[in-house]
Design a protein around this ligand. Sequence first.
Ligand code: ASP
Length: 599
Amino acid sequence: MSHGLPAPRANAYRDAWNGDLRAADAGSEKRVAGWVHRRRDHGGLIFIDLRDRTGLLQLVINPEAGGELFTAAEHLRSEHVITVTGAIETRDAQNVNPNMPTGEIELRVATLEVLATAETPPFPVDSETKVSEEIRLKHRAIDLRRQGLRDALILRSQITNVMRQDLVEQGFLEIETPILTRSTPEGARDFLVPSRNSPGSVYALPQSPQLFKQLLMMGGLERYYQIARCFRDEDLRADRQPEFTQLDIEMSFVTEDDVIAEMERLMTKVFEVGGLDVAPAPWPRMNYDEALLKYGNDRPDLRFGLEIKDISEAISGSDFKVFESVIAGGGVVRAINAGQREFPRKELDNLNEVAQRHGGKAVAWAFVQEDGTWRSPIAKFLGEERMKAANEVLEASTGDLLIFVGDQAKVVAPVLSALRLHLAAHFGLVPEGEHSITWIVDFPMFEYNEDEGRWDALHHPFTAPTGDLSDPGSLRSRAYDLVVDGSELGGGSIRINDPAVQSRVLEILGIDADEAQDRFGFLLDALKYGAPPHGGIAFGIDRIAATCAGRESIRDVIAFPKTATGGDPLTGAPDAVDAKQLRELGLKSLVAEPGAPAA
Ligand code: ASP
């Protein structure tokens, strides 16, 4: 990748970048600087690989160069910081290293100055040595010297650059919104900051700039963007960070088609820079209901088939009690045709575990035989006709492996989604280097939360609903998500710009007028004074960078991430504070020592 640096201003340390030097420079004198990547003593000569951000350059020091210089070179150790001058020379043919951009040349050292010495680093600065993440995070300054992380951060910076460039060209204004603020509901817990001036009161860190960007539209600024840090205090399952970065966007006088078209232009450029080969825009749009039915979730990985199909009707009326009672209870039986597969018993048992981990009970399976009947523990209860009817729905033929789950649709969807991903990984069905992209649209506005007996907003409470406001379960929302390879890279919506609708939506969520005024009065008031139709979106920059860089974890594209438990091994945050500081804030700790449960 291009290092993106202009030629350096010649000074006492350098007049060239290591990585830029080529055979054409042979014969010229150069001054370069950096870290001693490696030293080799070979045939009476000393070879040094000198590293800077742009790459490696081989230095040679021969004994004739003078005793002092040679001795100094002999004392060089890994990670010493040096500056050297000397002539660029082409290497002998047998010494050319075709794997290194500077592999045809070397710098014959005439002067050498040690700018800083280094103790033996806690791990070698190369890409090969495996080092635990805890250690890498603790010594991040060393880890940053390794090529993998450096390249990922360069790529990330190129991605944010192209975002800025495009948005500036399109007249978007970069505007900062507060970090110390009040709660913005995005469905997570807030991080709170106690106020010293007003003991007992707290600021919340923003879960997103949502309400502020809407106010900017009501303020007539038309087009806003921000590379915004957001904070969500969630249980850190999977690959989450308590603070993360979003490209946050809002536009006035737009419909979903406008936002989507603008974002397709922008994201095409981002994926180009990121080297992610997606289909040319416009990208397909899939309804939420279709995604849930066919893939079991609203961020389907479309790089492989294994579509989920509903076979409730095909198999209903059988003697198989489990499925019958599910169907009688308003549930569904859905299945995946995994194709012609060998699948030993043990693997079939594993599927039960996958199902249970995702809230299911059990998985049934069958292999289709030549006459269309099934080899399956449930075959004898079903009868030939039902098996054949199910085969038809599943487009199944001889030898195909079928996987079934029966339960309430809400349970079946995530279980089959997990099984689908499990089977794809197991059978190696995810094609390398291929990417799938789709918009998901037409979401339900609310989801019923059985545990708490109330409605939750599927997106957030400021998303514009469509349909009959007196029937929450029937409302759809004007939201859209962009999904690449099964992960949601961005999501947004057209917002409510009618104060009555906004109040009604808050009311459905169980927030009465007084509470609404207390928590969101500033938004409700602004809505009263003429709010334009507006909408926007936010993209997860960490996730985009990780996807483009081909990294599993977003921690690999964040300079200073937290661990999976939210800790920072580098600084030791979070940490206890002393009693005095707490007192100033009007606080008293309920735990005996940090990490202990509250008394
Ligand atoms: N505020 C939303 C989020 O952070 C994005 C949006 O609706 O623009 O997910």
